[in-house]
Design a protein around this ligand. Sequence first.
Ligand SMILES: *Cc1c(COP(=O)(O)O)cnc(C)c1O
Length: 392
Amino acid sequence: MDAQQIKQADAQYVAHTYARFDVVADHGKGAHVFDAEGREYIDLSSGIGVNSLGIADEGWLKAVTGQLSKIAHLSNLYYTEPCAKLAKELCTRTDMDKVFFCNSGAEANEAAIKAARKYSSDKYGAGRHTIVSLRNSFHGRTMATLSATGQDVFHQHFDPFLEGFIFVPAGDPEALEEALEGGVCAVMIELIQGEGGVMPLDRAFVARAAALCKERDILLIVDEVQSGIGRTGKLLCCEHYDLRPDIVTLAKGLGGGLPIGAVLFSETCSSALGPGDHGSTFGGNPAVCAGAAEVLSRLDSAMLEEVAKKGAYFKEKLCACKNVEGVDGIGLMLGIRLRDGIASRAVVEKLLGMGVIALTAKAKVRLLPPLVISWEDCEKAAAILAECVDSF
Ligand SMILES: *Cc1c(COP(=O)(O)O)cnc(C)c1O
C-alpha cells in the first residue's frame, strides 16, 4: 500500500478514536523516524514515552528476537526465566518487594486498585474501600481507572462510574487530610501529571501526603506509568521526592516498544493479592520481559545522568524563546508553556512539517524524547523547536 491507500483503509476500517497527525510511519532507527514517503523526522515523542532506547535498538532487538525464537508464550501457569529475571532486577533496583506483570498502564493501575482494596478488606473488613486521587490526574481508560481520573473531559458519556473514588486538588494538603477522614484505603497520585499538562507536584505536598497515609495505614500508590524507568533522570521519579510508596505502577517506557505493565509492591502489601485474586493471560510474557530487562540493564547511572543533562539543555534553549513562558517537568519529561494564544496542536503540526515529532499535553508542547537521543539530535531538534515556536 502507498501512503494514500494506507490512510484510506485506516479511515474506512479503523474505529475513529484518534485524531491522527498526517504521518504514515514506515520505519526508524534510534531517535529517527522515516515516513512512507521517505521524509525523515527527529522523534521527540518516543511513541508517547515508550521507546526508551529509541527505535530498532540492536541490543533490545537481540533480546526480544532471541527469546522469540526460544518461546514467545506459554502462560502464567508455568515459570520462565525472562519473567523471573526482570522481576528480580526491578525489585532490587527500586527497593520494592514483589511485582505483578500485566500489559498496559491502565491494567497496572487496575491491579493496584484491586490490591489496595484487598489489603484493606483483609485487615479492616468491608467498607474501607475509597481511593482518593487528584484533580487533573490521568490513570487510564478502563472503567476503574477512568473512575480514578480527575478530569471531567474523560467523564462524559460513560456513567455510571465505579463507586468509591474521590478527588482533591493537587497541592492542597488540607483538602487531602479532610478526604482521608472516612473509609479510605489508598491515595493514588502521579508525581508529574503527564496528560494533565506536565505538572510536577509540590515536594511539601507529596511529603505531607506520604506522612498522612503512613499514620493511617492508607496505601500510597504512585502512578509512574509515564514518569518511571529513567524518564526523569532517575530510575523512578519517586527518587526526586525521596519517596518510597507502598505501590508503584509502571508501563510505557519499561517495554522499550512492546506492551508491558508492572505493579511494584512494598512489603506492606506484597501479599495482598494471592492465587486466584488477579491474573493476566499475556502478563509476564517472556519475549516482552526479555526486552524490558534489556531496557533496565542499559539504564545505568551514566545514562541517567545524560538524561538529566539533556533535559536541562532543552529547558535552557527553549526558555530563551520569546514565545515560551517556561518549561515544566524533570529530565526528559518536559512541557513547554507557550505565550497566550498559541495553540500547542498548531505548533506540533507545524513542527512535523519541519521534521520534528513532538506531543501536546493540554496547552503545552510536550517532549518525551527517547532516553538515548544523541547530543547532535538534541541540538538540531532544539534549534528547530525554537525557530518553530517563535514563528507564531
Ligand atoms: C499513559 C498513562 C496511563 C495509561 O496507560 P495505558 O498503557 O495507555 O493504559 C496511566 N497513567 C499514566 C500516568 C499515563 O501516563
